[in-house]
Design a protein around this ligand. Structure first.
Ligand code: BG6
Ligand code: MG
Length: 219
């Protein structure tokens, strides 16, 4: 008998990246905070939680809601603001090294691989390849699905459906690990079980809500 979680036989685990395997969610927050300050829009860690799992351009639209949905900005101006945010964010990423990968993350990935599970990334971020390289995490994954490969970001299930297809597994047989409420919604929309940590766990958005990532190996 394989690994049974909530009555399902689990053969693969699909991990969100920002806020699950690394603390780049804080870099996203700080970069958006600088953008919001420039735009004169109120923005704090609580409002930032709405941006988790959401694509760059959709995140900007959520921030602009803070000044009444601002219809005065052209698409070109919005693209420019998003580019500036991304440049600021990538500046922070340039400081990352493999030492920034926590011992808990490495131990958890190794424990799951030792059980014969297939592992994938399912992230909305177009910076996924860069982050995985800088943290030396790429070799742990059998498949990567990221923001460069999809049309619709979370809460749409597209990135997780793609990750499962790349693993050759049915959503029924995969867990999705998420820190975003939008990510838990995406998992459920795609027919996956959602294991949540961080903000999504605090909000009880998952089928399982953990206080720490390593708890997954105890399920
Ligand atoms: C998600 C983050 O992983 O990626 C979001 O949770 C972010 O906050 C999204 O907006 C897109 O990231 P990027 O790196 O493509 O701007
Ligand atoms: Mg996340």
């Amino acid at each position: 008998m394989g690994w049974i979680v909530l009555g399902r036989e689990i053969q693969g685990v699909i991990f969100d990246l920002d806020g699950v395997l690394c603390s780049t969610d804080e870099f996203h927050y700080l970069a958006w905070k600088a953008t919001a300050d420039e735009l004169g829009v109120p923005f704090d860690r609580d409002s930032n939680n709405r941006l988790r799992g959401v694509s760059r351009m959709e995140s900007l639209e959520l921030i602009l809601e803070g000044r009444g949905g601002d219809t005065s900005l052209s698409l070109a101006e919005k693209l420019h603001i998003a580019d500036e945010k991304n440049a600021r964010y990538r500046d922070s990423l340039s400081s990352l090294t493999p030492d920034d990968t926590s011992i808990e993350v490495v131990a958890t990935l190794n424990a799951l691989r030792t059980r014969g599970l297939k592992l994938a990334i399912g992230s909305s971020s177009k910076n996924t390849p860069l982050i995985l390289e800088r943290l030396a995490l790429t070799p742990y994954f059998d498949a990567i699905a990221d923001g460069n490969m999809i049309q619709r970001s979370k809460p749409d299930p597209e990135v997780f459906t793609l990750a499962a297809a790349k693993l050759g597994l049915s959503p029924m047989n995969c867990l999705v690990v998420e820190d975003a409420v939008s990510g838990a919604e995406a998992a459920h929309a795609g027919g996956f079980l959602a294991v949540c940590v961080g903000d999504a766990a605090t909000k009880q958005a998952g089928d399982v809500n953990l206080t720490t990532l390593s708890g997954i190996v105890e399920l």
